[in-house]
Design a protein around this ligand. Structure first.
Ligand SMILES: Cc1cc2nc3c(=O)[nH]c(=O)nc-3n(C[C@H](O)[C@H](O)[C@H](O)COP(=O)(O)O)c2cc1C
Length: 322
């Protein structure tokens, strides 16, 4: 693994040139402008920025409260609030600086037809890649209902594949029995890459009123609390991606360079940062610096040399930890 020569954070993901393996995650950066007013923040610190989940028609989202802080994480149930695909394409994309970073659309829908149509419209736009969100736990129809059913997941991917030749990234749900089997079906249906994982379903209760603290009753748990779950899911999905050269954007609780490195060693070619941005909008600089130091210390030229280098312990792995 040792090489000579300068280290670089640059990497290629589905043929797209990334400045860094970091991807700013959907729902945590609005439509690419969210943190640009924060002094010192730059989209250039990320390899790509994933836009907020977008549907065919505008959506107002769920009733409040939409977010709730938990130990080492947060619950959210935004309900895919967005201005609709045409507004995103006509009003927002022209305002984004495509010289800074790559922009990825995040497509959602209530029907297979809606996923197809939103993807088709993004195909005819400057967007660099399209992420299919079949794992949103905060909407009544579509979302995780599709993502937890392998046959439905494949149907959505197949439909979106017909709508675009741009890189297609399928965002997988952790709220399902066999994430690797689902990934396999999505590869056969035409997925070029995966985002692993979306939020885990959770709940918080006000003990005085005995009511849920989230307006939607339940929400998606994100942040450092979910990192161990996310790492295992990346490891599992990597087992089916490795032979097909399908890259993964690993995500779930990444808040340091060490976290990002763990995800790459487990099999992620790029690493997503979401919840951590809410309390440290400049965290990408810290993570980039830390990854660079690690690469120099280990004499690595490229982060690609780290991907999937996990060496498992030799004893058989029990399926449960009891
Ligand atoms: C407030 C909020 C909104 C989100 N909205 C979306 C969304 O619109 N589409 C999507 O695919 N994921 C969405 N996510 C999930 C994140 O993109 C990410 O997959 C997840 O939070 C795990 O990463 P993290 O622990 O670094 O936040 C959202 C997460 C949060 C916290």
């Amino acid at each position: 693994m040792n090489n000579s020569g300068p280290s670089t954070l640059q990497t290629a993901f589905c043929g797209l040139k990334f400045n860094s393996p970091i991807v700013l995650l959907s729902g945590c950066v609005g439509f690419g402008e969210e943190y640009t007013r924060v002094s010192g923040f730059s989209n250039r610190d990320a390899g790509a920025v994933c836009l907020k989940g977008t549907t065919l028609e505008p959506r107002l989202g769920n009733q409040p409260h939409r977010v709730y802080e938990t130990p080492d994480g947060m619950l959210n149930a935004i309900g895919l609030q967005n201005p609709g695909v045409d507004h995103v394409i006509n009003e927002i994309l022209p305002s984004l600086d495509f010289t800074e970073t790559r922009f990825i659309a995040n497509v959602s829908g209530s029907t297979v037809e809606e996923y197809f149509e939103v993807t088709r419209r993004f195909d005819d736009s400057p967007i660099d890649a399209i992420e299919i969100n079949i794992s949103c736990p905060n909407v009544k129809q579509g979302g995780v209902a599709f993502g937890n059913d392998p046959a439905m997941s494949a149907r959505v991917v197949e439909a979106c594949r017909k709508a675009t030749r741009k890189p297609l990234i399928t965002k997988l749900s952790p709220n399902q029995t066999d994430i690797a089997a689902n990934a396999k079906g999505c590869i056969e249906a035409g997925s070029d890459a995966f985002a692993v994982i979306n939020t885990l379903m959770g709940m918080a209760i006000d003990i005085d009123s005995r009511t849920p603290l989230i307006g939607n009753n339940q929400g998606g748990l994100s942040g450092p609390a979910i990192k161990p779950v996310a790492l295992l899911k990346v490891h599992q999905v990597y087992q089916v991606c490795r032979d097909h050269n399908i890259p993964i954007i690993g995500q779930g609780g990444i808040a340091s360079a060490e976290d990002a490195l763990e995800f790459m060693i487990a099999g992620a070619s790029a690493v997503g940062v979401g919840t951590a941005l809410f309390y440290d909008p400049l965290i990408c600089k810290t993570i980039n610096t830390g990854i660079m130091r690690y690469m120099e210390r280990h004499k690595l030229q490229s982060v690609d040399q780290l991907v999937g280098t996990l060496q498992l312990n030799q004893q058989p792995t029990a399926k449960c930890g009891c």
